[in-house]
Design a protein around this ligand. Structure first.
Ligand code: INI
Length: 154
């Protein structure tokens, strides 16, 4: 018989740290709103959510690691926006953030959810950070709760 681990996905009691990049703030603040609204809608208490801003996406992994090492944090959500059209060193910032975030998660054994947009154009970034539509911050919130509940069970 195969044992399937099925965790109830519910937000109440999950303690979340969000690290969000200030670079391209007009996009990242919409990701942050989408993320917080979805966390609360799923039952996470506002008092169990902490938010820290970084200058850019490149700095997100270090702050994420600080949070991930805390016993009072169950899951970290990383939010940012790296837009190719806006930067010549897109690849370096995008790769640094992506690999750094994955490394933090494996190093600390805590889920660190990847909510950093890496897009070709500003328009694509807008389309993934809509208030009432596609919003990667909202997706990140759902992934965060699911991972926190799953890891709790294993
Ligand atoms: N940071 C971003 O979050 N997104 C970007 O598109 C970006 N661009 O365009 O360069 C960016 N750069 C800043 C970088 O993340 C660091 O803050 C900076 O290099 C200082 O370490």
């Amino acid at each position: 018989m195969v044992k399937i681990i099925e965790a109830k996905v519910k937000g109440r009691g999950v303690r979340v740290a969000i690290v969000v990049s200030r670079f391209n703030k007009f996009i990242t603040e919409k990701l942050l709103n989408g993320c917080v609204n979805e966390l609360v809608r799923c039952g996470v208490r506002k008092g169990d959510i902490v938010v820290a801003w970084t200058p850019g996406a490149f700095e997100v992994p270090l702050v994420a690691k600080r949070f991930a090492r805390k016993k009072t944090v169950d899951v970290v959500i990383a939010l940012g926006a790296v837009i190719r059209g806006e930067t010549y060193h897109f690849e370096m910032v995008a790769q640094g953030a992506t690999q750094g975030i994955m490394q933090v998660s494996l190093d600390t054994m805590k889920p660190v959810i990847f909510g950093v947009l890496t897009t070709e154009t500003l328009d694509q970034a807008y389309k993934r950070s809509e208030e009432d539509g596609d919003n990667k911050g909202k997706d990140a919130a759902q992934a965060a709760i699911e991972m926190a509940c799953l890891l709790e069970k294993i």
